[in-house]
Ligand binder design. Structure first.
Ligand SMILES: Cc1cc2nc3c(=O)[nH]c(=O)nc-3n(C[C@H](O)[C@H](O)[C@H](O)COP(=O)(O)OP(=O)(O)OC[C@H]3O[C@@H](n4cnc5c(N)ncnc54)[C@H](O)[C@@H]3O)c2cc1C
Length: 337
């Protein structure tokens, strides 16, 4: 274990540092800062949301390029969304809900959910955590973690860490410290079970097609009318987000973006017979969906190291699972204090 050097003395210190401001990390930040602990949340992107983030287009218009909604079935997530509804952070998308489950969207965009949850934590953006060091601070008998970025610069010091990144990204962080081999093994085992998808937004004239279309035998898996979601801007166009079929994506993961874009536009036109007025660049989600669901314990906590793991890959492999994973991890941490 290293002792803190003079240059690291000024590194900001928190009770808990969370790596990843997606649904899982942001919910952990919310629950832990509510219990009075100082929390810092770090993300490699410019904003929060991860795979539930939104892309800003013109002015204050944006669209959701990742998960279009969160389907809640579990009583704990339904309670979480009931609270968010009271605070006007989410709204139910009634057309997509059915007897056993409800679909929710962030308002006015998906990233409103994670933004709301991280407001009482220190949020550090555009910073990729790459390395973990265990250190001892003067006058403190418990060791702390020093988190370093990809240039090996110190970012923060914290007593406890939660890694809330997808399994392959979690694995590369955990691999930086010898004592985290058990957690690393868990993340490594999960790393092969991801699908990739391309997503792209486009605009057509307003039309009466359904808000959610899942074409058969197409390279397009799903087409969602983003402006049909509740509490969106009332506009003169329809804005769609199209997501590609995972097998087709696998074969075209490295293809040229211009070719992907033209191929998607052609497929869209064939399905809808509508003219595209405007479109964005295709976005490649390398790790879009986690496919394995073995029903294991839905978080990992190592009490000897004060390091935890949360995320969709530990629970259900979907957006609701990310939330359930965060809820169970934080409950466990609180119970074991
Ligand atoms: C196109 C698409 C469609 C989807 N459709 C659905 C759907 O219909 N229904 C559904 O339930 N789910 C869907 N999902 C999946 C859903 O979005 C995810 O299950 C959920 O958002 C995962 O949340 P998370 O917090 O576990 O992970 P993430 O959202 O991936 O958050 C992890 C965060 O960690 C950050 N990070 C990673 N490594 C580092 C690092 N080293 N340093 C700092 N930050 C780091 C990332 O930038 C990211 O913000 C979809 C996803 C995509 C992409």
């Amino acid at each position: 274990m290293n002792t803190l050097t003079a240059s690291q003395v000024h590194t900001p210190t928190f009770d808990i540092a969370i790596i990843g401001a997606g649904l899982a990390g942001s919910l952990c930040a919310h629950l832990l800062s509510q219990s009075g602990q100082s929390v810092c949340i770090i993300d490699k992107s410019r904003g929060s949301g991860g795979r539930a983030s939104s892309k800003r287009l013109d002015g204050d218009i944006s669209c959701d390029l990742g998960t279009p909604y969160v389907v809640a079935k579990h009583p704990d997530t339904l309670a979480l969304f009931a609270q968010l509804m009271e605070e006007h952070i989410v709204a139910p998308w009634k057309q997509l809900s059915n007897m056993g489950s409800q679909a929710f969207v962030g308002v006015p965009k998906m990233s409103a959910i994670t933004r709301h949850w991280i407001q009482n934590a220190k949020f550090i953006t555009s910073t990729r955590i790459h390395h973990l060091d265990q250190i001892s601070q003067q006058g403190d008998d418990q060791s702390s973690w020093l988190l370093r970025d990809d240039k090996y610069q110190p970012v923060v010091i914290a007593k406890k860490i939660i890694v809330a990144a997808p399994a392959p990204q979690a694995a590369s962080i955990l691999a930086s410290h010898d004592n985290l081999a058990v957690l690393l093994l868990r993340a490594n085992q999960a790393s092969a079970s991801y699908l990739s998808q391309w997503a792209m937004w486009l605009e057509t004239e307003q039309c009466d097609l359904n808000a959610l279309i899942e074409p058969k035998n197409s390279l397009i898996k799903r087409m969602i009318k983003d402006n049909y979601k509740p509490m969106r801007h009332n506009e003169k166009v329809d804005r769609w987000v199209i997501q590609t079929e995972p097998n087709w994506t696998k074969q075209n993961l490295d293809s040229d973006k211009e070719w992907i874009s033209q191929t998607l536009l052609q497929a869209f036109a064939e399905i809808t017979e509508h003219r595209v007025l405007k479109h964005g660049e295709p976005h490649r989600w390398f790790l879009s969906r986690f496919t394995e669901n073995k029903g294991n314990k839905c978080f990992v906590w190592s009490p000897e190291h004060n390091v935890g793991l949360a995320g969709d890959w530990l629970c259900q492999g979907d957006a609701e699972g990310a939330l359930l994973s965060a809820l169970s991890l934080v409950n466990h941490m609180k119970d074991s204090e």
